[in-house]
Write a protein of this length. Structure first.
Length: 138
């Protein structure tokens, strides 16, 4: 409850009192002044309620915005963490595949060195076949 609500309530009560006193005394001016005070008091109290509600809405909006910022930061941090994890996993997988290719290439080179005649025949056959496939037909 704020100051306008309290003052509006007192002003309304004061206006009622003046209206009653004017009615008992049979005088129109105090009755009119009392009615004016009542209306002014009700309006002031309504303004106080409206102002209080606007402040509540402002605070709710501020809390919602603060929560949205907090959630956004959390999502950013989570995405960063997952991205780093995926990067590290891809990097490790790439290293593994590179090492595997090197190992198989070396094994193939050793096998080719051990079987020079067969390797030469295989290379010659592959070259002949490729030349035959790519030859121009006139």
């Amino acid at each position: 409850m704020n100051r306008d609500q309290i003052e509006g309530g007192f002003r309304n009560l004061k206006g009622r009192g003046r209206t009653v006193v004017g009615a008992v005394a049979g005088r129109a001016r105090p009755q009119v002044e009392g009615a004016y005070e009542q209306v002014a008091g009700v309006a002031q109290a309504a303004y106080g309620r409206t102002r209080e509600r606007a402040e509540d809405i402002y605070e709710d909006g501020y809390r919602i915005a603060d929560e949205a910022v907090s959630r956004g930061r959390h999502l950013r941090d989570e995405a960063t963490r997952r991205g780093r994890h995926l990067h590290d996993e891809a990097h490790a997988r790439g290293r593994h595949l590179r090492d595997e290719a090197n190992r198989r290439g070396r094994a193939l080179a050793v096998r080719a060195e051990e079987n020079r005649g067969s390797t030469l025949a295989l290379v010659a056959a592959a070259a002949f076949g490729l030349g035959w496939i790519l030859r121009s037909r006139r």
